[in-house]
Design a protein around this ligand. Sequence first.
Ligand code: NAD
Length: 517
Amino acid sequence: MTEAKATPDPAPLADRYLECTSPATGERIGQIEVMGEEAVRRAVASARQAQRGWGELPVKERAERVLGFCDRLIERAEDLVDLLVLETSKPRLEAISNEILVLADLIHWHAKHAPEILRPREERLHLLKHRKSTISYVPRGVVAVISPWNYPLMLPFSDVSLAVLAGNAVVLKPSEHASLVALRAKQLWDASELPPDLLQVVTGGAETARALIDAGVQKVSFTGSVDVGRKVAEQCGRNLIECVLELGGKAPLIVCADADVERAARAITWGGFANMGQACVSVERVFAHAAVYDALVKRVGELVRELRQGAPEDFDIDVGAIRLERNLAHLDALVADAVAKGAVVAAGGQRLPRRGNFYAPTLLVDCSPEMRVMQEEIFGPLVPMMRVDGDEEALSIANGLPLGLSSYVFSRDTEHAEALARRIEAGSVVINDVHSDIASPEVPFGGIKLSGYGKVHGIEGLRSMCITKHVSANRTPLPARSPFWFPYDSRDIPRAIRGLRLLFTRHGPLGRLSQWL
Ligand code: NAD
């Protein structure tokens, strides 16, 4: 049992507590404080204080210290895995590979490259040759990170690490459904060489998150559902603070006629059922060409029926329980709607008659676009498959939804797959693989349409944690008055017009030159 304290402060900060329960057993595993406005404001003030010195440090030194935190995470990997398993019911190997390993890789890549990515650079001006422009990446101040429950270590601490490398402090509001892992990671942070106050963890639900956005932070990095994302965007808009929104997905996976069926079948099974299908990049819709459909359905069915489900305290399982009890009813409703409209249950299709939130890994075949399961985010162990006559049909249905996070294409012809990828409306398209987009630290990740805006990871993700600042200096001593300054002289007008024509008509005397300036 884990009793987690959100703050070591002896003053009573919370008026309420939330119970934390295990998805696999329903048993109480701890409690978290629901922190109110006052506590949140104090957390932001402490973070701001700590940021002042931190933001002054050379990036290389910040990177060294963030790597020290990563060392603590790795040293305590077994302990973190135990807690991840207890709190989320994900299989142990996934807790290691998809949470700790992916996070450690992301921290290492960004720590190594941050000094170069954040180094001030000179922009050569094409016209104002006498001026020198320097672009620098300045810390914003305090970044709020608001995160979901599905990857309670990897997701929030990716944002935390990038924000801190960029010189900011962070106030993290983890999901109320998975805060214990974040609190344990905060203890490891405090035991590292990082300033303890640089990271604050505030616990609670929606009201705590809303208080945080209003508490004077300079940026919000939000990961969660579309509905809540809209509210976060509105609130950030009222405060005029920038936000990045990493929202829901409905990843299509298109299997072309020439695909390797065995690889596609294994990718669908892993990509659809890893983390019990509770990933924003989960395979949520399969469109298979008629030439391979029957073989693919048969093979995926076999693989799904082979999945071993159980409590993740048992080591050899592939699929655990789902995090929220209420999602069991959502899965039932999706299956019932699909079956009523002609889908066939090829595996699973119901809850397990045992304690805990267990839903059997479910495969629905012969699906069609009007079914809810083909339109709504599933976020559970359920994959729908549909037969299509060709790429055009698959593309038009895939692009017909207002979501666009990840997507997948399977084909042996890379050029053909890349041509399809260019036409898929999504933030990323992965060819002949699944989930590797979110696990590649060097590439920007983020959706389009209702899947959100802004990018995390890579050069764009790291720089977006900063203010991009421009300083313009003169290269040479300057006269007291510049040509376009007051007082205006009407004799300058014809000169200015002549200058315009010389420079900016394509066939004028200097027009051709202007493109090289
Ligand atoms: P959620 O939107 O219910 O909650 C996310 C966070 O927002 C939680 O910390 C919650 O307390 C907080 N919150 C709730 N109401 C709020 C409000 N009014 N203002 C501010 N914050 C508020 O999402 P969830 O159920 O925790 O996570 C599942 C969703 O997250 C899925 O839709 C999934 O696709 C999405 N997700 C997206 C990504 C991505 O990278 N795009 C990654 C993981 C999960």
